[in-house]
Ligand binder design. Sequence first.
Ligand code: SAM
Length: 221
Amino acid sequence: MPLLKLEDTYLHKGKRKALVAELRQKGIRDEKVLHAINTLPRHFFFDSALVSHAYEDKAFPIGEGQTISQPYTVAFQTELLEIKPGDKVLEIGTGSGYQATILHLLGAEVYTIEYQQKLFEGTRKFLSRMGINDMKLFYGDGSQGLPNYAPYDKILVTAGAPVVPDSLIQQLKTGGILVIPVGDRKQQKMLKITKKRNGTYSTEEFDYFAFVPLLGKDGWR
Ligand code: SAM
């Protein structure tokens, strides 16, 4: 990936290394995920006023009332997805494009959809400036998935959903994995749903997280 004209100094690299150590200490074990986080300059995805906070393990505003997810959350969700090179992955909630770029670095074929037009336009321009032109970005309501390009090996929802939308399970391949935080507006339980043969599926439950709400038809209206 041809990364960029923006500056990635030794100081940034050092802070990133410390962040990765923190994530490891918090329980992230997948070395490929940790390597991707160590590789990708998170500060590139930040507003200049907030750049000095880019390597804190926290979510930060990216405009339009939305956030770039906390690094621990990005690592946790990505680990659950068990990404293999060539996996076709749908991300719902492009936001800053950081999570999508992590998936891209892991070798996934990334489709990502964003509900807020301003964010969509801004992130599309930014990724193009970064030289990342091989992710497919869409503007629209991802609570319905992206049926025209289905099925997917993996689907990741990066906003808090009130329910698991049926359409997302339908758009998974057999053996595919959906990672989605489900709950109320304050907190959501992380779910990993694996699609089995005959359209049945199994659900594993993990910790609680606090995401911005999934909007749209199968989200919070
Ligand atoms: N993955 C993002 C990143 O790396 O910066 C962070 C995502 S932020 C926590 C959640 C995003 O989901 C917001 O950008 C929000 O606008 C978007 N969103 C909410 N509802 C959506 C929907 N129905 N379809 C697509 N995106 C949605």
